[in-house]
Design a protein around this ligand. Sequence first.
Ligand code: NAP
Length: 256
Amino acid sequence: MADAPVRRIAVDLSGQVALVTGASRGIGKAIALALGRSGATVACVARNLEKLQAAAAEIAAAGGKASVHACDVADSAAAQVTMDAVMTEHKRLDVMVNNAGITKDTLLPIMSDADWDQVIATNLRSVFLFSRAAAKVMMRQRSGRIINISSVSGLMGNPGQSNYSASKAGVIGFTQTVAKELAKRKVTVNAICPGFIATEMAEALGATILEEVKKMIPAGRIGEADEIADAVLFLASDSAAYITGQVLTVDGGMTA
Ligand code: NAP
Protein backbone atom coordinates (compact mmCIF):
# COMPACT_ATOMS: atom_id res chain seq x y z
CA MET A 1 0.00 0.00 0.00
CA ALA A 2 1.29 3.48 -0.89
CA ASP A 3 2.19 5.83 1.97
CA ALA A 4 -0.55 8.35 2.86
CA PRO A 5 0.22 11.94 1.79
CA VAL A 6 2.06 13.91 4.49
CA ARG A 7 -0.14 16.45 6.26
CA ARG A 8 2.24 19.23 7.23
CA ILE A 9 2.10 21.52 10.26
CA ALA A 10 -0.17 24.55 9.67
CA VAL A 11 1.00 27.79 11.26
CA ASP A 12 -0.36 31.30 10.68
CA LEU A 13 2.48 33.81 10.27
CA SER A 14 0.53 36.38 8.27
CA GLY A 15 1.79 39.93 8.78
CA GLN A 16 5.19 38.65 9.89
CA VAL A 17 8.56 39.08 8.19
CA ALA A 18 11.17 36.30 8.13
CA LEU A 19 14.80 36.37 6.98
CA VAL A 20 16.36 33.06 5.92
CA THR A 21 20.07 32.71 5.15
CA GLY A 22 21.09 30.03 2.68
CA ALA A 23 17.65 30.24 1.05
CA SER A 24 18.94 29.53 -2.46
CA ARG A 25 18.74 25.72 -2.15
CA GLY A 26 18.47 22.74 0.16
CA ILE A 27 17.13 23.10 3.69
CA GLY A 28 17.10 26.92 3.60
CA LYS A 29 14.96 26.98 0.46
CA ALA A 30 12.50 24.50 2.01
CA ILE A 31 12.34 26.72 5.13
CA ALA A 32 11.77 29.86 3.02
CA LEU A 33 8.98 28.16 1.05
CA ALA A 34 7.32 26.87 4.24
CA LEU A 35 7.45 30.31 5.89
CA GLY A 36 6.04 31.87 2.70
CA ARG A 37 3.21 29.31 2.57
CA SER A 38 2.47 30.18 6.22
CA GLY A 39 1.86 33.84 5.33
CA ALA A 40 5.20 35.42 6.25
CA THR A 41 7.00 37.77 3.87
CA VAL A 42 10.37 36.09 3.35
CA ALA A 43 13.71 37.85 2.80
CA CYS A 44 15.83 35.24 1.03
CA VAL A 45 19.60 35.59 1.54
CA ALA A 46 22.53 33.71 -0.10
CA ARG A 47 25.32 34.44 -2.59
CA ASN A 48 23.70 33.08 -5.77
CA LEU A 49 21.20 35.73 -6.91
CA GLU A 50 19.73 33.63 -9.74
CA LYS A 51 18.87 30.75 -7.40
CA LEU A 52 17.45 33.19 -4.85
CA GLN A 53 15.22 34.65 -7.55
CA ALA A 54 14.03 31.15 -8.44
CA ALA A 55 13.19 30.49 -4.77
CA ALA A 56 11.36 33.83 -4.52
CA ALA A 57 9.42 32.99 -7.71
CA GLU A 58 8.31 29.68 -6.13
CA ILE A 59 7.15 31.54 -3.02
CA ALA A 60 5.21 34.02 -5.20
CA ALA A 61 3.71 31.18 -7.29
CA ALA A 62 2.37 29.68 -4.05
CA GLY A 63 0.73 33.02 -3.19
CA GLY A 64 3.45 34.31 -0.85
CA LYS A 65 5.73 37.36 -0.79
CA ALA A 66 9.53 37.37 -0.94
CA SER A 67 12.54 39.62 -1.52
CA VAL A 68 16.05 38.55 -2.52
CA HIS A 69 19.37 39.73 -1.09
CA ALA A 70 22.72 38.53 -2.45
CA CYS A 71 25.14 38.45 0.49
CA ASP A 72 28.14 36.55 1.80
CA VAL A 73 26.86 35.87 5.32
CA ALA A 74 30.38 35.77 6.78
CA ASP A 75 31.02 39.40 5.75
CA SER A 76 30.15 41.77 8.60
CA ALA A 77 29.52 44.85 6.44
CA ALA A 78 27.46 42.87 3.93
CA ALA A 79 25.36 41.33 6.72
CA GLN A 80 24.50 44.79 8.08
CA VAL A 81 23.73 46.13 4.58
CA THR A 82 21.39 43.16 4.10
CA MET A 83 19.62 43.69 7.42
CA ASP A 84 19.25 47.42 6.65
CA ALA A 85 17.76 46.60 3.23
CA VAL A 86 15.29 44.16 4.79
CA MET A 87 14.23 46.76 7.38
CA THR A 88 13.87 49.49 4.74
CA GLU A 89 11.74 47.24 2.54
CA HIS A 90 9.68 45.33 5.13
CA LYS A 91 9.84 47.56 8.28
CA ARG A 92 10.06 44.71 10.80
CA LEU A 93 11.66 41.32 11.46
CA ASP A 94 9.84 38.54 13.30
CA VAL A 95 11.74 35.37 12.40
CA MET A 96 15.50 35.14 11.80
CA VAL A 97 16.64 31.75 10.49
CA ASN A 98 20.42 31.28 10.44
CA ASN A 99 20.74 28.37 8.05
CA ALA A 100 23.62 29.09 5.63
CA GLY A 101 26.44 26.61 6.06
CA ILE A 102 29.26 24.76 4.34
CA THR A 103 31.48 21.74 4.92
CA LYS A 104 35.17 21.41 4.11
CA ASP A 105 35.81 17.92 5.46
CA THR A 106 39.29 16.52 5.96
CA LEU A 107 41.27 14.89 8.74
CA LEU A 108 42.95 17.21 11.25
CA PRO A 109 46.64 16.67 10.30
CA ILE A 110 45.97 17.82 6.73
CA MET A 111 43.32 20.48 7.44
CA SER A 112 44.46 23.86 6.08
CA ASP A 113 44.00 27.18 7.87
CA ALA A 114 41.61 28.16 5.06
CA ASP A 115 39.47 25.01 5.56
CA TRP A 116 39.15 25.90 9.24
CA ASP A 117 38.59 29.65 8.80
CA GLN A 118 36.01 29.39 6.00
CA VAL A 119 33.85 26.88 7.86
CA ILE A 120 33.98 28.80 11.15
CA ALA A 121 33.24 32.09 9.36
CA THR A 122 30.33 30.78 7.27
CA ASN A 123 28.74 28.56 9.92
CA LEU A 124 29.42 30.43 13.20
CA ARG A 125 30.50 34.03 12.58
CA SER A 126 27.45 34.49 10.29
CA VAL A 127 25.14 33.37 13.11
CA PHE A 128 26.71 36.01 15.38
CA LEU A 129 26.47 38.74 12.70
CA PHE A 130 22.82 38.12 11.73
CA SER A 131 21.66 37.40 15.28
CA ARG A 132 23.25 40.62 16.55
CA ALA A 133 21.57 42.65 13.81
CA ALA A 134 18.24 40.84 14.32
CA ALA A 135 18.42 41.19 18.13
CA LYS A 136 18.60 44.99 17.90
CA VAL A 137 15.40 45.03 15.84
CA MET A 138 13.58 42.39 17.89
CA MET A 139 14.48 43.97 21.24
CA ARG A 140 12.84 47.20 20.05
CA GLN A 141 9.80 45.25 18.83
CA ARG A 142 9.72 43.24 22.07
CA SER A 143 9.10 40.10 20.05
CA GLY A 144 10.96 37.79 17.74
CA ARG A 145 12.26 34.33 16.97
CA ILE A 146 15.87 33.46 16.20
CA ILE A 147 16.27 29.90 14.91
CA ASN A 148 19.78 28.59 14.28
CA ILE A 149 20.43 25.52 12.16
CA SER A 150 23.17 23.53 13.88
CA SER A 151 23.79 19.82 13.23
CA VAL A 152 24.10 16.46 14.96
CA SER A 153 27.82 17.04 14.26
CA GLY A 154 27.61 19.78 16.89
CA LEU A 155 26.41 17.19 19.43
CA MET A 156 28.82 14.37 18.67
CA GLY A 157 32.17 13.94 16.96
CA ASN A 158 32.41 12.96 13.30
CA PRO A 159 35.86 12.12 11.90
CA GLY A 160 36.89 14.56 9.15
CA GLN A 161 34.64 17.31 10.48
CA SER A 162 36.62 18.96 13.29
CA ASN A 163 36.03 22.40 11.73
CA TYR A 164 32.34 21.73 11.03
CA SER A 165 31.66 20.10 14.45
CA ALA A 166 33.38 23.00 16.22
CA SER A 167 31.27 25.52 14.27
CA LYS A 168 28.02 23.69 14.98
CA ALA A 169 28.79 23.12 18.68
CA GLY A 170 29.61 26.84 18.79
CA VAL A 171 26.16 27.62 17.39
CA ILE A 172 24.59 25.66 20.27
CA GLY A 173 26.58 27.52 22.96
CA PHE A 174 25.79 30.82 21.28
CA THR A 175 22.08 29.93 21.12
CA GLN A 176 21.88 29.07 24.82
CA THR A 177 23.60 32.28 25.90
CA VAL A 178 21.70 34.65 23.63
CA ALA A 179 18.42 32.99 24.66
CA LYS A 180 19.11 34.03 28.26
CA GLU A 181 20.07 37.57 27.20
CA LEU A 182 16.91 38.15 25.14
CA ALA A 183 14.23 36.22 27.05
CA LYS A 184 12.85 39.24 28.93
CA ARG A 185 12.26 41.03 25.61
CA LYS A 186 10.09 38.12 24.41
CA VAL A 187 12.68 37.06 21.85
CA THR A 188 13.24 33.30 21.77
CA VAL A 189 16.46 31.74 20.47
CA ASN A 190 16.59 28.04 19.64
CA ALA A 191 18.71 25.64 17.61
CA ILE A 192 17.72 22.75 15.38
CA CYS A 193 20.15 19.87 14.86
CA PRO A 194 19.35 18.04 11.62
CA GLY A 195 20.73 14.55 11.09
CA PHE A 196 21.34 13.49 7.48
CA ILE A 197 18.98 15.40 5.18
CA ALA A 198 18.65 14.91 1.41
CA THR A 199 20.34 18.01 -0.05
CA GLU A 200 23.42 18.73 -2.18
CA MET A 201 25.47 18.81 1.06
CA ALA A 202 24.49 15.23 1.93
CA GLU A 203 24.71 14.05 -1.72
CA ALA A 204 28.35 15.19 -1.74
CA LEU A 205 29.06 12.22 0.56
CA GLY A 206 28.35 9.84 -2.34
CA ALA A 207 25.91 6.93 -2.67
CA THR A 208 28.12 4.32 -0.95
CA ILE A 209 28.65 6.38 2.20
CA LEU A 210 24.97 7.36 2.27
CA GLU A 211 23.97 3.66 2.25
CA GLU A 212 26.31 3.12 5.26
CA VAL A 213 24.83 6.21 6.95
CA LYS A 214 21.30 4.82 6.61
CA LYS A 215 22.34 1.80 8.69
CA MET A 216 23.14 4.18 11.59
CA ILE A 217 19.69 5.80 11.49
CA PRO A 218 17.01 3.97 13.50
CA ALA A 219 14.31 5.37 11.17
CA GLY A 220 16.17 3.67 8.30
CA ARG A 221 16.09 6.64 5.95
CA ILE A 222 17.64 10.02 5.19
CA GLY A 223 15.46 12.97 6.26
CA GLU A 224 13.70 15.47 4.00
CA ALA A 225 14.36 19.22 3.99
CA ASP A 226 10.64 19.76 4.63
CA GLU A 227 11.00 17.90 7.95
CA ILE A 228 13.46 20.59 9.11
CA ALA A 229 11.17 23.31 7.75
CA ASP A 230 8.31 21.90 9.87
CA ALA A 231 10.46 22.18 13.02
CA VAL A 232 11.22 25.79 12.09
CA LEU A 233 7.51 26.55 11.64
CA PHE A 234 6.77 25.16 15.09
CA LEU A 235 9.53 27.21 16.76
CA ALA A 236 8.35 30.31 14.86
CA SER A 237 4.73 29.80 15.94
CA ASP A 238 2.94 31.34 18.94
CA SER A 239 2.78 27.82 20.41
CA ALA A 240 6.55 27.92 21.03
CA ALA A 241 6.60 31.23 22.97
CA TYR A 242 7.86 29.56 26.18
CA ILE A 243 10.57 27.49 24.47
CA THR A 244 13.96 29.19 24.41
CA GLY A 245 17.63 28.17 24.55
CA GLN A 246 16.71 24.67 23.42
CA VAL A 247 18.12 22.26 20.89
CA LEU A 248 15.62 20.32 18.79
CA THR A 249 17.25 17.32 17.14
CA VAL A 250 15.60 16.03 13.96
CA ASP A 251 17.61 12.95 13.01
CA GLY A 252 15.43 9.85 12.80
CA GLY A 253 16.72 8.72 16.20
CA MET A 254 20.42 8.67 15.27
CA THR A 255 21.66 10.45 18.42
CA ALA A 256 19.10 8.90 20.78
P1 NAP B 1 23.34 23.19 0.88
O1 NAP B 1 22.34 22.47 0.05
O2 NAP B 1 24.78 23.07 0.53
O3 NAP B 1 22.93 24.76 0.93
C1 NAP B 1 23.72 25.65 1.65
C2 NAP B 1 23.11 27.03 1.57
O4 NAP B 1 23.97 27.95 2.27
C3 NAP B 1 22.98 27.52 0.15
O5 NAP B 1 21.79 28.25 0.02
C4 NAP B 1 24.18 28.44 0.01
O6 NAP B 1 23.89 29.45 -0.94
C5 NAP B 1 24.28 29.02 1.41
N1 NAP B 1 25.61 29.54 1.70
C6 NAP B 1 26.77 28.84 1.83
N2 NAP B 1 27.79 29.68 2.07
C7 NAP B 1 27.27 30.92 2.10
C8 NAP B 1 27.82 32.22 2.30
N3 NAP B 1 29.13 32.41 2.54
N4 NAP B 1 26.99 33.29 2.27
C9 NAP B 1 25.67 33.12 2.02
N5 NAP B 1 25.09 31.93 1.84
C10 NAP B 1 25.89 30.84 1.87
O7 NAP B 1 23.25 22.76 2.40
P2 NAP B 1 22.00 22.20 3.26
O8 NAP B 1 22.16 20.74 3.35
O9 NAP B 1 20.74 22.79 2.78
O10 NAP B 1 22.40 22.80 4.69
C11 NAP B 1 21.73 23.90 5.27
C12 NAP B 1 22.15 24.00 6.72
O11 NAP B 1 21.80 22.79 7.40
C13 NAP B 1 23.65 24.17 6.91
O12 NAP B 1 23.92 25.04 7.99
C14 NAP B 1 24.12 22.76 7.23
O13 NAP B 1 25.32 22.77 7.99
C15 NAP B 1 22.93 22.26 8.04
N6 NAP B 1 22.84 20.79 8.08
C16 NAP B 1 22.65 20.07 6.95
C17 NAP B 1 22.57 18.67 7.03
C18 NAP B 1 22.34 17.80 5.83
O14 NAP B 1 22.41 16.57 5.96
N7 NAP B 1 22.04 18.33 4.65
C19 NAP B 1 22.69 18.05 8.29
C20 NAP B 1 22.89 18.82 9.42
C21 NAP B 1 22.95 20.20 9.31
P3 NAP B 1 24.93 30.07 -1.99
O15 NAP B 1 25.86 28.98 -2.41
O16 NAP B 1 24.04 30.58 -3.08
O17 NAP B 1 25.60 31.18 -1.26
